[in-house]
Design a protein around this ligand. Structure first.
Ligand SMILES: [Zn+2]
Length: 102
């Protein structure tokens, strides 16, 4: 599946964003936050410190559905936003190396 080929309309993004908002209010999401784990770095955080992150960004055709949202700490969330996809890969690799060398 190639996310770069398909154009995502503003309307679709808005619809998925609305679904994400509903998901954020769901018990399912509250339970995930209560686990207190960042999906990306695996760190433990207070539920207040975790935000909803889309694995595939809505702008790239990602959905506001359960299998596309993960809890992320603020650092990972902002890194994901501002890094290029390649830099983000490197960031994840560095997290992986850190956990295997412990
Ligand atoms: Zn994190």
């Amino acid at each position: 599946m190639d996310f770069f080929v398909s154009e995502v309309s503003e309307q679709e993004i808005r619809r998925e964003r609305e679904k994400s908002r509903e998901l954020r209010r769901s018990r399912w999401w509250q339970n995930r936050l209560a686990l207190g784990r960042c999906h990306w770095c695996g760190g433990s955080f207070h539920a207040d410190e975790l935000t909803m992150d889309h694995v595939i960004p809505l702008s790239r055709g990602g959905k506001g559905s359960r299998n596309n949202v993960v809890p992320a700490c603020k650092q990972c969330n902002s890194n994901k936003k501002y890094l290029l996809p390649m830099e983000w890969e490197q960031y994840l690799n560095s997290l992986e190396n850190r956990s295997t060398s412990q």
